[in-house]
Design a protein around this ligand. Structure first.
Ligand SMILES: Cc1cc2nc3c(=O)[nH]c(=O)nc-3n(C[C@H](O)[C@H](O)[C@H](O)COP(=O)(O)O)c2cc1C
Length: 150
């Protein structure tokens, strides 16, 4: 199964988590592909069968600049990805209160518009609680892999 991994990152943490996810999903037998600067054409050329988005939050609940062009291109074109499975890993900081993991929530809304099915509840990685987001994501990624194979 071809899994497109999309990532949004300001300082590189979410990108590291996305790279780790790519390694783990490939080791689990998936064909995972990650390009932090992917265009909509790049994603469509890969012909994904599932989606994983790993994104941090910046500003007041906004998506990082490197993910915004792809996010808006997908929202404008609404590619025919309805029914495909997906998941979201959101990085944030709970001290931001109401906008905690807001970037991830924007991606969930986009999935809903596209008809992408979240096969597992969004993972929220809180930078105020932990400094090991890659290893913290491992149990979630194992469950996500199992859900994709089910
Ligand atoms: C300027 C700035 C604004 C932020 N705004 C939010 C926010 O609104 N909500 C949130 O949950 N985290 C927010 N964060 C926390 C980051 O999302 C968090 O530190 C994350 O781990 C950074 O990942 P990155 O290195 O991939 O960008 C903000 C961080 C900075 C520096």
């Amino acid at each position: 199964m071809k899994v497109a991994i999309l990532s949004g990152s300001v300082y590189g943490t979410a990108e590291e988590v996305a790279r780790h996810a790519e390694r783990l999903l490939n080791a689990a037998g998936f064909e995972a592909w990650h390009n932090p600067r992917a265009s909509l054409a790049d994603v469509q050329a890969f012909a994904p069968q599932a989606f994983l988005t790993v994104t941090s939050t910046t500003g007041m609940g906004e998506l990082p600049d490197n993910l915004q062009p792809l996010y808006f291109a997908i929202r404008d074109h609404l590619p025919a990805w309805g029914g495909l499975p997906g998941g979201v890993i959101a990085l944030g900081d709970a001290s931001y209160g109401d906008t905690f993991c807001g970037g991830g929530e924007l991606v969930r809304e986009l999935y809903a518009e596209l008809g992408i099915r979240e096969v597992q509840a969004m993972l929220r990685l809180d930078a105020s609680e932990s400094v090991t987001p890659e290893s913290d994501a491992e149990p979630w990624l194992a469950a996500f892999s199992a859900a994709l194979k089910a």
